[in-house]
Design a protein around this ligand. Structure first.
Ligand code: FES
Length: 424
């Protein structure tokens, strides 16, 4: 059975029904029609250096094993044994020669082939190990170090799916000709709240910064009072992607890294040459972005994160610190700590956000509450082609990318996915 969600969101009028955050049936349909056919972030290339290096993650709620084979190719498999379905790898990450299931001992090589079956003779003649390899994710592609996977056999290439967002994303991951590296481990924490609350905020919502993060901004201000007026009134832009992505950033001639060690490290003239003025004064430092549906990043902190769905009311946040490869050790460490203090699980900004999402979620299930639509009308009609920035933009304080996020969401939720078609 398929749910008709077309009346639950109205992207043109800027209205969203809270049922999309609370209904089990909506959530199940998201797994089927959004997560089973979108490009989902898996890992950073830097996590795989030699054959056998692996990392465990999720696509939707499906457990995924990402690993490097002997040819140094990155592959992704469903982490579930074809025998009785146990996981064939239980470690979060590591290096291995093969994946051996701990239930009955079937073992799989780094290409997912079933290589060894204890007491194989007992299966008789009709059994062929070739038929029982791990299920492989058919599309695994990288964009400048970021590895994404997609279950849809007919998925459009990752670069096309990212579209114009690449110009904005490059201001973060292409500052350094050497590319980026992962510093420290992957931080993971659980939040009460639907995954979309986080994803849409990172796509579209700079508006909350002045209120939600007021005290954090005061702490970070040299005067202790916070650069309130400057932040509250600073102009900026929002990128609005037809594929549901969004990015927002203040525009400021002196846009700079908050962390003074990082600020002093950069040669801003060289950055202007590499990225152009518009990116250095815009999306390079402050800002936020989401790659539809569930990958987000913050250039100023070097934080990239996935909002893993765990039921309609819960998400698990996985966050990496990603920095320029050429950064000297002490600069990396300063930025890692800065990211931890601001957007780590106990970071002063992160806690404000998590608190808001849990607050909105906690009451959204009330019968009457659930019937009252939410407002995404800021900046309706401001979307336009902008000569200075690729794609469509709106103003910094706008819900435009949120409306576009839900337009894409409604489109996918309303059209059958590859696995619903005959022959799949
Ligand atoms: Fe994996 Fe039996 S469940 S070997």
């Amino acid at each position: 059975t398929t749910l008709d969600v077309s009346t639950m969101v109205d992207p043109d009028g800027g209205l969203v029904d809270r049922g999309i955050f609370t209904e089990e049936a909506v959530y199940k349909q998201e797994m089927k029609r959004i997560f089973a056919r979108s490009w989902l972030f898996l890992a950073h290339e830097d996590q795989f250096k030699r054959p056998g290096d692996f990392f465990q993650t999720f696509m939707g709620e499906d457990p995924i094993l990402v690993s490097m084979n002997r040819k140094k190719e990155i592959k992704a498999f469903l982490n579930s044994c074809r025998h009785r379905g146990a996981r064939v790898c239980r470690a979060d990450f590591g290096t291995t020669k093969n994946f051996t299931c701990t239930y009955h001992g079937w073992s799989f090589d780094l290409d997912g082939n079933l290589a060894n079956v204890p007491n194989e003779y007992a299966y008789g003649e009709g059994f062929d190990k070739k038929d029982w390899g791990l299920v492989e994710v058919p599309n695994v592609q990288s964009y400048k170090g970021l590895i994404f996977g997609n279950w849809d056999p007919n998925a459009i290439p990752l670069e096309d799916a990212l579209g114009d967002l690449r110009w904005y994303l490059d201001a973060f991951i292409d500052r350094d000709p050497e590319g980026t590296t992962v510093v420290g481990g992957v931080m993971k924490w659980v939040l009460d709240g639907n995954w979309k609350l986080a994803a849409e905020q990172f796509a579209t919502d700079w508006y909350h910064v002045n209120m939600s993060h007021a005290s954090a901004l005061m702490v970070m201000s040299p005067t202790g009072r916070g650069p309130k007026k400057e932040i509250a009134e600073r102009p900026g832009k929002q990128f609005v992607s037809p594929n549901g992505h969004g990015a927002g950033f203040p525009v400021h001639e002196r846009n700079r890294f908050d962390n003074s060690v990082v600020h002093d490290y950069y040669d801003y003239d060289a950055l202007r040459e590499r990225l152009g003025d518009k990116r250095v004064t815009g999306p390079m430092t402050n800002g936020h972005a989401t790659v539809f549906p569930s990958f987000s990043y913050l250039p100023v902190n070097g934080s990239i994160r996935v909002w893993h769905p765990k039921g309609p009311n819960k998400m698990e946040v996985w966050a990496w610190t990603v920095l320029d490869k050429s950064m000297p050790e002490e600069v990396r460490e300063a930025q890692r700590l800065h990211n931890l203090r601001t957007f780590g699980p106990s970071g002063i900004f992160e806690q404000d956000d998590g608190e808001n999402w849990s607050e909105c979620q906690a009451i959204a299930g009330g019968f009457i509450t659930n019937r009252v639509a939410l407002n995404y009308q800021m900046g309706i009609g401001t979307e336009k082609e902008d000569p200075d920035y690729p794609g469509t933009t709106s103003e910094l304080f706008s819900d435009a990318a949120g409306r576009s996020f839900y337009r894409k969401w409604r489109e996918l939720m309303s059209t059958p996915a590859w696995h619903e078609k005959e022959g799949n």
